[in-house]
Design a protein. Structure first.
Length: 270
């Protein structure tokens, strides 16, 4: 029988943190899941580490790309292999809290109109725990701000598998903002939601895409927003346009760390 949940973990050169990420899934209070890990042609010891975990737990399945396919295509590799009713994303450097799968799957079972559910993020680094990022819980509020903030944090996302049958796979045109494009597409047919509690501990480190690819992330995000303006019930307001214009200008005038701190301050005020 197929598991209720497929936990999908894309990985690339993740030897420093992937063991902890895997352990956080194996430690879930909810046990009816499969964990599928796709190594995107890593050049470090990622493949050796995940092979050892596969040998220890029959719920773990692993695959390896012969060449680096980047995040959007690697996500599609995983989605095609998933058998569960629900798909939970788990990045290879983050830590899911023990009740995450139980709480999110229970919520989706009770709310069939919701296509994607997330939760709060607990930021941390090598020095310890940092801030908490909270997300609105209602579909109405999340749609209201969709042209400024992603309605659901991708690292916390649990998505109905049927969503991919309706809207298709991740678009490799938009990496590394393919998750935002997917949220817009899912929102055409389903509601958004977030649990009002911490579901994942988000690791901040200098090797993460947030720091290394910030400019590309922002430019792709702005492109996705423009593409969805006036489509499927989405419409940029005057304030949305102003916010996006200021964000575009900031890409070229503000240092990355200052932009991240500024964004977090604005995001946490909503």
């Amino acid at each position: 029988m197929s598991p209720l949940i497929s936990v999908l973990m894309p990985a690339y050169n993740a030897e420093k943190y992937i063991a902890e990420a895997i352990e956080s899934i194996l430690a879930q209070t909810f046990k009816d899941f499969e964990l599928i890990i796709s190594d995107d042609a890593s050049t470090d010891k990622t493949w050796d580490i995940i092979k050892k975990y596969k040998d220890k737990d029959k719920r773990i399945f692993i695959t390896r790309n012969s060449k680096n396919r980047y995040i959007a295509e690697n996500r599609n590799v995983l989605v095609k292999l998933a058998k569960g009713k629900y798909i939970a994303w788990q990045d290879a450097d983050d830590i899911s809290v023990p009740v995450r799968l139980k709480k999110q799957s229970h919520f989706l079972e009770k709310n069939p109109q919701v296509g994607i559910v997330g939760g709060y993020l607990q930021f941390f680094d090598e020095k310890g725990t940092k801030s908490i990022r909270k997300y609105a819980t209602s579909d109405k509020e999340l749609r209201k701000n969709i042209f400024r903030f992603s309605p659901v944090a991708q690292p916390t996302a649990m998505i109905r598998s049927e969503c991919f049958k309706k809207v298709g796979l991740y678009n490799p045109k938009y990496p590394p903002a393919e998750d935002i494009d997917m949220s817009f597409r899912i929102g055409k047919f389903y509601e958004f939601a977030n649990l009002p509690q911490i579901t994942l501990k988000y690791r901040e480190h200098l090797d993460s895409a947030t720091f290394n690819k910030l400019k590309k992330i922002e430019l792709s995000t702005l492109e996705v927003r423009r593409e969805n303006d006036g489509k499927n019930g989405y419409k940029l307001s005057y304030l949305d346009r102003l916010y996006n214009l200021l964000q575009y200008v900031s890409i070229f005038v503000l240092p990355g760390r200052i932009k991240i701190a500024l964004f977090n301050a604005i995001r946490n005020s909503h």
